[in-house]
Every structure is written in structure tokens, then in C-alpha cells.
Write a protein that binds this ligand. Structure first.
Ligand code: ASP
Length: 468
């Protein structure tokens, strides 16, 4: 075992803090060492990576040979054997982003997530933030598309995004629009990107330019990363597309030949690891984007306008909850929300929008306490239909309002946003049930169920022939 040597921590152990730092100093296990960590759960061999600025202090990050990164708790490590060193290019070369007066101005606002923490897809370097120069150094194709400016709003994984950050991001976007940018890209973790996309849709109305959310499902130090391609596609969309809506731009279903643009209120992350994880639910995506252009799949979108104004409605009452119903749920779940002062509840009910009878008195009590309760479906695709079964009618009689085909997450975001403006029952209902941008649609198109997004073309054809 070595004594701490007073090494330059910034250089040898970038990002590490006590207690992990103490362990690495003690074992002289510098970042970029190929090492075996001997722990009370067995041995783990891999490359010791630098830590990102948002990471905790307790884990050493190892890149295994499989390409996966794992965190090993420092207090489980008895000793470390060093096999050698494999220095990656940690610092992305900063190259001045070339300015081309012919190209549109795009603003990239970073909030964090995988796309921000590991962006150099060739060197595997970990970068804590992204300046235009770093981006150009790692994804030079961006300069073919636009003049890029960047700002880091937050540096968090997306489970840490919430109403405060949604409002902050909406305000930052409104300010950029007033400055006259051609489009905006928002870098974001994928896990809650659909919540933020919905929040931005409600908070930024009458958009004159595209607002394109982008992330990556695989970090850019992995050969199969989607970071660069998604970023290029999103930037192209922001620079040149005439769709002035909040969209999510992510990997298409079958290959890396194209990305899909999903409407911010109809999109959801549907797979924990596939790159084509985002799906448009109960509808078809807005457009395809590839190396050449953006090709709309539908025509009913808000068009780009020559304006520098947007209607900003950045408000949110966070006393709202989303309850996923399960058989045998007890009424005390609803009671405790009411007792704790929650003002709105979205239920993701079974089938067409149901919960069990023991919940009825609790729902009645919630209504009498002035709590706004809305029903969505946990099937995710399709509409709430509370007139079909007696159950649905009874539940509506208790004051529960069917939320059409809003996804549970979108209904949750919309209810918080609506309650940020009013607590009057009718006003909230009006806000909730008047569609702002596709969160409620009149009908699900024949190809609105997975088709165009990984569905089989022959099935698509069959359905279109038999669709009445
Ligand atoms: N956990 C990450 C996040 O949502 C995953 C990602 O960025 O894709 O922030």
C-alpha cells in the first residue's frame, strides 16, 4: 500500500472527491489505469474513468471490456491491482466554431444527461460542459448545418429535472427567441425528456421557431453511441425545419439512417436501453430527419414564422401527483395525498380508465376537499372511455374527469401547469381539456399504433386496407 503522495488531484484523479479520492490516492490508482478492484463482492477489472461533475463522491467508475461503465463503492474495495495505463484524450480539442454568414444561428441549451457528460464519440473523452469549440472538436459536421452558440443551463441527470428547471428552461428559450435565433436545441437526459417536452409545450405557446429536444441513449464513448447522430439531426431540424413546435429528436427504429421527430406531447421513452427508445403514442411522428433534410410525415403542424415573440406561461403548482393504479390499491393512498395538501391527482387507471370500488369513498373525499382528479390509461395507447362500463360511469360520478388520450405523464405535467394558473374547477377543466398542441387528439390514425416506428410494413399495409 502506498502513502498519499500529495499528487496533483486535478490531473491524476479528475472529478474524484473524498472518500473515493482517499482510496485512489492510497492505492496510487490514477485515472486511466487498467485495474482490478478487489471488493467484498468479488473482483472487477476495467479502466478507471474520470468522474463527471454531477457524479457522487462514493463510487469509482470502471469501464468494463464490454463497454459498460459501472460504479464500485469505495468502501467495498479492499485493494486495487494496477495492470497498466490507457490514457484517453480527456480534453476535447477546442476548435473555433467557424462562422458562416450564410448559415442560420442555432442555440444549444444544455441541461445535462448522457449527451452532455460524454460527448466525444471518437476519443471517449468525458467532458463536463460543451462550448461550441468543444462541440466542433468532437462533432465537426455541426458546422455544415449552422452557426452554433451554446449555454449550459443545468448539469443534471434528468431525474433531477422538475418544475423549477422546466420553468427556467422555458424562460431561457423565450429569451433566445427574442434575440432572433433560427431554432433551439435542448440537450437533455432521455429518462424524463418527455416530461420536459410536455412542460415546454405548455409553457411556450405560439412558437415561431423549432425547439428540438435531444439526448443520447448510449454514451458517446461507446461505438454504438447515438449521441453524435442525434445531435446532428436535432441541429439540422432547429436550423432548417419549418416545424415550429417543441419536438423530441431521437434515433429512428431500424438503423442509424434517420432520426424521428416526435411531437412533445405525444412522445414517451419506451425502452430502457434501445437507441430507438422514443415512440409517438396514439399518433404518427411529425417527421423524419436524415443527413440531407427534414421530411414531414404529417402536415398539421405549426409552421415557422418570421417573428421574435412567444407566449411564455411559465407556471407550475407542484402539489400534483400521478398515481399508477394496481389491483388491491388501498384508499389510504388517495387519502394521504388529500391529507398532505395535494391539489391535483392524475390516475393511470386500468383498461379504459378504472379503479376498484374500495377507492370510491376516497375519491369522493378528494373531490369534496377541492382536489382535481383526472383519469388516464395505463395502456398508454388509446383513450379513456368511461361511458362503456358501469365502473367508469360511477367513477365519473365521484368527480373524476376523463383526460381523453393524454398520456399519464403529459396529464400530470398539464395539471401542474393548469393549477399554476387557477384552482377554479371549471377553469382547470377548460385548461386541461382544451388541446394546446396535440396532447388530446380527435382520433387515433390507423397507423398510430407503433407503425412507422418499428412496425412491420406489411402489417401497416394490411391495417390500412382494413381500416374503417
Ligand atoms: N439517466 C440519464 C438521464 O436521463 C440517461 C440519459 O441521459 O439518456 O439523464
Amino acid at each position: 500500500m502506498n502513502e498519499p503522495t500529495g499528487t496533483d488531484h486535478q490531473q491524476d484523479f479528475p472529478g474524484y472527491r473524498t472518500p473515493t479520492l482517499d482510496l485512489l490516492v492510497r492505492e496510487d490508482a490514477r485515472v486511466w489505469s487498467q485495474a482490478t478492484l478487489h471488493t467484498d463482492r468479488g473482483d472487477f477489472t476495467g479502466l478507471i474513468l474520470p468522474r463527471s461533475e454531477t457524479a457522487d463522491a462514493d463510487h469509482v467508475v470502471l469501464k468494463l471490456d464490454t463497454g459498460y461503465n459501472i460504479g464500485v463503492r469505495a468502501d467495498t474495495v479492499a485493494s486495487i491491482t494496477i495492470h497498466g495505463r490507457k490514457q484517453a484524450n480527456y480534453k476535447i480539442p477546442e476548435k473555433a466554431f467557424p462562422y458562416d454568414p450564410e448559415k442560420p444561428r442555432v442555440k444549444l441549451l444544455g441541461t445535462g444527461g448522457t449527451i452532455a457528460s460524454r460527448l466525444d464519440y471518437r476519443t471517449g473523452a468525458v467532458i463536463p460542459a460543451f462550448s461550441p469549440g468543444e462541440l466542433y472538436g468532437s462533432v465537426p459536421e455541426l458546422a455544415d448545418v449552422c452557426n452554433l452558440e451554446t449555454d449550459k443551463l443545468y448539469g443534471v441527470f434528468s431525474e433531477n429535472m422538475g418544475p423549477e428547471q422546466w420553468m427556467g428552461t422555458a424562460e431561457a428559450i423565450a429569451a433566445e427567441i427574442e434575440k432572433g435565433v433560427a431554432g433551439i436545441v435542448v440537450g437533455h437526459g432521455t429518462d424524463t425528456m418527455h416530461h420536459t417536452a410536455a412542460a415546454l409545450t405548455f409553457m411556450l405557446q405560439d412558437l415561431p421557431v423549432p425547439v428540438v429536444m435531444v439526448g443520447s441513449q448510449r454514451s458517446s464513448d461507446r461505438p454504438s453511441s447515438d449521441a453524435a447522430i442525434n445531435l446532428i439531426n436535432a441541429t439540422r431540424t432547429a436550423a432548417s425545419s419549418d416545424i415550429a413546435e417543441v419536438m423530441v429528436c431521437m434515433f429512428g427504429p431500424t438503423s442509424d439512417e434517420y432520426g424521428l421527430l416526435h411531437r412533445g406531447t405525444r412522445v414517451r421513452k419506451m425502452h430502457s436501453s434501445y437507441r430507438s427508445t422514443f415512440r409517438t403514442l396514439s399518433d404518427v411522428p411529425l417527421a423524419k430527419v436524415d443527413a440531407a433534410k427534414v421530411t414531414p410525415i404529417r402536415q398539421d403542424y405549426r409552421k415557422r414564422r418570421d417573428a421574435k415573440t412567444v407566449t411564455l406561461k411559465a407556471c407550475f403548482d407542484d402539489r400534483v401527483s400521478l398515481v399508477y393504479y394496481y389491483p388491491a390499491m388501498k384508499p389510504d393512498i388517495i387519502d394521504s395525498l388529500v391529507d398532505n395538501g395535494y391539489k391535483g391527482i392524475i390516475i393511470a387507471g386500468t383498461g379504459l380508465g378504472h379503479v376498484n370500488k374500495p377507492l370510491y369513498p376516497a375519491l369522493e373525499r378528494a373531490r369534496d376537499a377541492g382536489v382535481h382528479v383526472y383519469m388516464t390509461v395505463q395502456t398508454l395507447w388509446g383513450y379513456v372511455q368511461m361511458y362503456v362500463y358501469e365502473t367508469g360511469r360511477e367513477i365519473m360520478g365521484l368527480g373524476v374527469v376523463p383526460a381523453a388520450n393524454m398520456t399519464p405523464e403529459v396529464a400530470y405535467v398539464k395539471l401542474g401547469w393548469a393549477l399554476g394558473q387557477s384552482h377554479d374547477r371549471d377553469e382547470v377543466r377548460d385548461l386541461m381539456l382544451t388541446p394546446i398542441c396535440g396532447e388530446i387528439t380527435d382520433r387515433e390514425p390507423h397507423n398510430g399504433y407503433l407503425v412507422m416506428q418499428g412496425g412491420l410494413p406489411e402489417v401497416d399495409e394490411f391495417i390500412s386496407e382494413h381500416w374503417k
